[in-house]
Design a protein around this ligand. Sequence first.
Ligand SMILES: Cc1ncc(COP(=O)(O)O)c(C=O)c1O
Length: 386
Amino acid sequence: MRTEFLPFHLPDIDEAEISSVEQILRSGWLTTGPKVREFERHFAEFVGARHAIAVNSCTAALHLALDAVGIKEGDEVIVPTLTFAATAEVVFYFRARPVLVDCCPKTLNIDPEQIERAITPRTRAIIPVHFAGQPCQMDSIRDIAQRHNLAVIEDAAHALPARYRNRMVGTIGDITCFSFYATKTITTGEGGMITTDNDEYAERMRIMSLHGISKDAWKRYTAEGSWRYDILFPGYKYNLTDIAGALGVEQLKKCCRFYETRKQLAHRFDHAFANIPALTIPFVDDAVEHAWHLYVIQLNLEQLAINRDRFIEELKLVNIGTSVHFIPLHLHPFYRDALHYDASEFPRATQAFDQIISLPLFTRMTSQDQQDVIDAVQNTIKHHRR
Ligand SMILES: Cc1ncc(COP(=O)(O)O)c(C=O)c1O
């Protein structure tokens, strides 16, 4: 058994990030500035989008996106139940209502058929979440959106880099929101990016991200800027700092290399677990390139004498950290008690929740780290097989 705990995730930061952040710290310019602009330019090029707007979280990105498409009080926005708090909470910021829908049993992504059923005259937008890094069925989702005149805002917190039918995520829906939270495929500690090809949305989101102040508010303290500014709308304080931007520029350079490493790690897990009846490995749709932010196994509980929680405890006892993505929203007190959602409305996500475990998958894992995870999973199954 390994003697040191293997965490679920560790960021991959080296001298390039450290010296780039150091330069910013020495430059005298700490907040939004040229580094953030550089990060935005490189990010837009990387995914192939016309606009990229850096913000301080994916949650902020989702909020600005909903504002840009004009969500108002009383509107409905369709979101998957199998997601993180952020995807749905931002809808409440507008006194609008997130309408939860169930997932596809194999990919655990939002089910387009359930989207169609959830549409009412109040529906204004859909927020598909590319669960674990696997793009949703975007052709079907875009088709539904077009027929019902709905905006598509992608929650791509897990999906950098990912492709759907050869198109980069970030260029498919009306607006796409990425996360650079510490566990994500590239990180700025906290941070996010919004991409869109729509000039109007981009302009609105840029203005609203910094107090609703007219263009280039951040330049007001530079030699080329001016102290004078106009407040056009009551905006928010969602700008990214140049310190984070410096991390982002360096991390983005490594994004493809990180991706190749994560893909190899995922394939090794696939290979090791493919013939174990007590678990199901992630299903990958032929139409996609999966970002492999997460490697989520599903336990086949009828073959095991222990449940998922106990399985996680067993892995912890042999020093393997794991996580669960996600506790479906409808099982949380707020959604269950205040919004009266019932587990029977979401049979697939409810069942999946009892079976899912996210295994450690990060670029700094050594081959031995991964072998330890494989051994721990295999041994736990061997000891607790029915
Ligand atoms: C699916 C999903 N959406 C949104 C978020 C929010 O991202 P951030 O922490 O950058 O606001 C997360 C964060 O983990 C997430 O997993």
